[in-house]
Design a protein around this ligand. Sequence first.
Ligand code: 4NP
Length: 149
Amino acid sequence: MTTRILFVCLGNICRSPAAEAIVRARSDGMALALDSAGTGDWHVGQPPYAPMQEAAAARGYDLGDLRARTLTPEDFDRFDLIIAMDRENLRDIERLRHGATTPVKLFTDYTKGPETAVPDPYFTRDFEAALDLIESCAEGLLASLRRAD
Ligand code: 4NP
């Protein structure tokens, strides 16, 4: 059965589209349906932020076809798992829950490191650090999904 996973950040132009593309690129053969969304609506319809696209492309990930959208309450019904990039995202996601039992997790729950958030590179300007951590979380998530199979 296909596992449907939604990655969520604030703007949906840096962290969550990168997470979506990186998990997709590394999920070889797994039955996953992946998407991303933002809790904010500033960038709806826009492709990922150019500096993030460039940093991701240098690692072999193509973010070019992705477009930003906002998280909706219906996403709780459309996905099996929702993954937040930081605690603020987690709070904003939980505000839209309407009795749904869909689990919402922090992406950093899947890395062995001490991090409790993927720092927002739109503000830190450190796209490499964000991608390093997203790759590590992606591997941990994929390992947990393979174990659950
Ligand atoms: P993201 O980064 O949440 O990783 O997509 C952001 C990008 C833009 C804004 C906030 C966060 N913004 O406020 O425009």
